[in-house]
Design a protein around this ligand. Structure first.
Ligand code: ST9
Ligand code: ZN
Ligand code: ZN
Length: 335
């Protein structure tokens, strides 16, 4: 009996002491507060107009990608999608938000450059919002709170002013590890010119220069369509992967195991695992073909550029799953 108690406490420690574990007590307080204070969001029309324009351009880009662009340009679009996607998953997500592993200067530099192709806010801002998302998940302090609906958690949150609770709670986060990194400060300082070059200019100029693609075709496909596609692949993790799928690691939370979003987001769809064990650099137990980001980090670990890779032991994971199974059984018996 005493062994069981000790094991349970240790398992709870494994879950609760992960860096960025959800603060359940504060989350319940925030949910109670939200019931009393109704919040009316203010639409940011500049963002509505810019995203509408991006989507019109992307529809043209999709048509050209399928029927007009040279083969080399289509491959180039896919390559840019991988670079910009892994520039999020291995960078601001697994490295900078979660400290799932450590990286040497050359790998951090590479990830910063890849991240500029992604254009999803500079890394300090992305990680600050993401830390809020994990710590105060599904509350008003979560920038893309799924309780505000599918569209809000998908892209609506980028079309309105933030809830004051995000700023209030976010201000209590320790971001010194991010703000003390000169590479991240450099990216923040020169963010717009860097994005103009890496997200739009280079993806357009390279097909024109190297294989004579029409400049407008290159722009619509490799810049606009590829950017918009990568945004939706990311946003589906906040919307679909917080709504649809199974929950073997923690039955009580919204994030779920979502196979199809993992394919477009290079291994980020194992979202029930990720929110239960947020510091695990793998972010899921899914096999390697569903986790390109893990392969990327493992590859750099082989040459010593990535190190201190954090994982949760198989035994802890299966004990956590067993516990969920028994809780589910108990709930079913109670009904
Ligand atoms: C984009 C980001 O798309 C997508 C992130 C998705 C995350 C996904 C996570 C899922 C897991 C990973 C999966 C990866 C899969 C990848 C697959 C790839 C294939 N804490 O924001 P402001 C304060 S971006 C503390 O202007 P407003 C702070 O003082 C797309 N404080 O608020 C701040 O000033 P500063 C491109 C905070 O006015 C001040 O408030 N980008 C926090 O309400 C003002 O902040 C865009 O479209 C906080 N968390 O405006 C830009 N937040 O920053 C869109 C704020 O100087 N954004 N403060 O310190 C905006 O225009 C605005 O942010 C706004 C809100 C209109 C949304
Ligand atoms: Zn995360
Ligand atoms: Zn999430």
């Amino acid at each position: 009996m005493s062994t069981t108690v000790t094991e349970t406490v240790q398992l709870e420690d494994v879950v609760k002491q992960q860096f960025l574990a959800a603060d359940n007590e504060e989350c319940s307080q925030l949910r109670e507060l939200a019931k009393k204070n109704k919040f009316k969001p203010e639409i940011v029309w500049r963002n509505v107009a810019l995203f509408a324009a991006l989507h019109v351009g992307s529809v043209i880009g999709l048509y050209q990608f399928l029927f007009v662009a040279k083969w080399a340009t289509s491959f180039w679009c896919v390559f840019c999608w991988v670079v910009s996607g892994v520039g999020i998953t291995a960078g601001p997500h697994r490295l900078w938000s979660h400290k799932g592993y450590k990286a040497t200067y050359p790998l951090r530099l590479l990830l910063v450059l890849m991240n500029c192709v992604s254009f999803q806010n500079h890394i300090i801002e992305w990680s600050r919002d993401h830390r809020c998302h994990h710590k105060w998940m599904d509350t008003d302090a979560d920038p893309h709170n799924v309780n505000r609906g599918f569209f809000f958690s998908h892209m609506g949150w980028l079309l309105v002013k933030k809830h004051p609770m995000i700023k209030q709670k976010g201000a209590t986060l320790d971001l010194s590890d991010l703000t003390s990194d000169p590479l991240l400060r450099f990216q923040r300082k020169y963010y717009l010119p860097l994005v103009a070059i890496f997200c739009f200019l280079l993806p357009t100029v390279i097909p024109v220069y190297f294989w004579g693609e029409n400049a407008l075709v290159a722009f619509y496909t490799a810049a606009l369509f590829r950017y918009c596609f990568t945004l939706h692949a990311t946003w589906f993790i906040n919307s679909a992967a917080h709504m649809f799928g199974y929950r073997p690691y923690d039955i009580s939370i919204s994030p779920a195991e979502s196979i199809w979003t993992t394919l477009t987001a290079f291994g980020e769809g194992g979202h029930n695992y990720h929110h239960t064990f947020p510091q695990d650099y793998r972010t899921s137990e899914m096999p390697a073909m569903f986790n390109l980001t893990k392969l990327f980090i493992d590859g750099f670990a082989k040459i010593g550029w990535a190190y201190d890779l954090k994982t949760v032991g198989d035994e802890s994971v299966s004990r956590q799953m067993n516990r969920q199974y028994y809780q589910l059984m108990q709930q079913q018996h109670a009904h």
